[in-house]
Design a binder for this molecule. Structure first.
Ligand code: TRP
Length: 433
């Protein structure tokens, strides 16, 4: 599997709005069509539990978001599309990572710090309303990413720190247990605009200024009518700079349409007319998707089946990988423990004695230590039998054999003498089966 793996999660804590569509869903669906990319998209419902304590809302949001992604063109046969809580390996990996994540690292997480600052600012206890879930958020997110060996993680700027933490955590794991985890990179689309909301600030649930993506047409029309503008009258030239209306239009229009709207602004198009054009432009893109969204929403069983199929695909990767990770940290069958330790020891610690035939037709012997340093090099032997005797001696760490062959050996560099002695001693140790 040489493809680049791209993974991203969507927290199931609300209803998808236009800002989500332009900033995340649309670019992700487009990226999933690129060749040479293996994409993973998942519904981060464990993350949603951190913020939402209403079971019905969690379920409703999961349904809406799943339907939205599919309606927006995500092809579940081509990508791995699943629900986080269907993958028990994710919380399992979370614990392994928790045990090597510094508390100090988590103290620096923006979301946690913001809550603490807010508390202190309002004279409350620093940890008021801070759950351990909020504190652990970055570790769960690291597990999401590392579980599927993602190379790239497309996210908004606010999430970059989380990806960096996932890298740090992965590096700690690899340092302790071997290079098993892939270090991910954040991918922030410079070209993807953040959409302004109804009040002109960034469209966001937390500002309560969002426009629903799949609201009925008439609701969309009303929302557009309520979009904030300035008080310039029809006929007066209008500025595109800082105009939420223009920015939203641009996110959906072709370049030619955008250019035409820019000119219309300069020529004093009325806000009412500009809003009509914005509605037409949005609805042209949204209407077909809205139809399939409504069909999917009416068939939750169908969505559930798609998610189960996705979970099955995801677990085909996660289950064996998790077994490997468990074993690497020492959670493994008892009979396996000794075997694995000795295998690692042979591979890593033992020096290697090698015999080879060179271009000159002669047979040579060399001793290389576990770091790949050449400790001993013989001159050429005419007969393989002679070389084999030296090999045998070295493999037993036999210093007598060395003395015997001294005249056939390249003198050892003094700096490597201690390493050679250590290597011979290692070779003399009783071998573990
Ligand atoms: N924290 C992300 C957000 O709020 C959602 C998320 C959860 C995520 N796990 C992830 C994103 C893993 C990317 C990769 O937007």
């Amino acid at each position: 599997m040489s493809d680049k793996r791209v993974l991203t999660g969507i927290t199931t804590s609300g209803s998808p709005h236009l800002g989500n569509y332009v900033g995340a869903i649309r670019p992700a669906v487009r990226a999933s069509l690129e060749p040479g990319v293996q994409s993973f998209y998942f519904l981060a419902d464990y993350h949603a539990l951190i913020k939402v304590g209403e079971p019905a809302r969690i379920q409703r949001s999961t349904l809406e978001i799943a339907a939205t992604w599919l309606a927006a063109g995500l092809n579940p046969d081509k990508v791995v599309f699943y629900r986080q809580s269907d993958i028990p390996e994710i919380p399992e990996l979370t614990w392994l990572l928790t045990c090597l994540t510094g508390k100090g690292l988590l103290n620096r997480a923006h979301a946690y710090k913001a809550q603490v600052d807010k508390n202190l600012g309002s004279g409350h206890d620093a940890d008021a309303e801070v759950t351990a879930g909020l504190f652990m958020y970055p570790v769960l997110m690291a597990a999401d990413i590392l579980m599927f060996k993602a190379h790239r993680v497309p996210v908004g700027r606010d999430q970059i720190q989380h990806i960096e933490m996932a890298r740090d955590i992965a590096a700690s794991f690899n340092h302790l247990y071997g290079e098993l985890l892939v270090l991910p990179e954040a991918q922030v689309e410079a070209s993807v605009a953040t959409l302004p909301g109804l009040d002109g600030r960034k469209m966001s649930k937390s500002y309560d200024n969002t426009m629903a993506l799949f609201a009925p047409r008439e609701v969309l029309r009303k929302q557009i009518a309520g979009l904030i503008t300035d008080s310039r009258a029809p006929g007066e030239a209008k500025s595109t700079e800082g105009s939420a209306l223009f920015d939203i239009y641009q996110a959906f229009a072709s370049e030619a349409q955008t250019q035409a709207m820019r000119e219309a602004f300069a020529q004093g198009i009325s806000w009412g007319e500009a809003k009509n054009q914005l509605f037409d432009c949005l609805d042209a893109e949204i209407a077909p998707m809205r139809a399939s969204y409504e069909t999917l929403m009416a068939h939750p069983q169908r969505l559930e089946e798609i998610l189960q199929a996705g979970a099955h695909k995801a677990r085909l990767l996660a289950t064996p990988y998790m077994a490997q990770l468990r074993s690497s940290v020492g959670l493994r069958p008892l009979q396996q423990a000794t075997a694995q330790t000795s295998k690692a020891a042979t591979k890593v610690v033992l020096p290697q004695v090698k015999q080879y035939k060179d271009k000159d037709g002669l047979f040579y012997v060399k001793l290389v230590d576990w770091q790949g340093r050449l400790l001993l090099q013989s001159l050429g032997f005419e007969h393989p039998r002679e070389a084999a005797l030296l090999v045998d001696g070295l493999q037993h760490g036999d210093t007598e054999a060395l003395k015997l062959h001294a005249h056939r050996l390249v003198p050892v560099e003094p700096a490597l003498q201690p390493a050679l002695e250590h290597a011979l001693k290692t070779l003399r140790l009783p071998k573990i089966a």
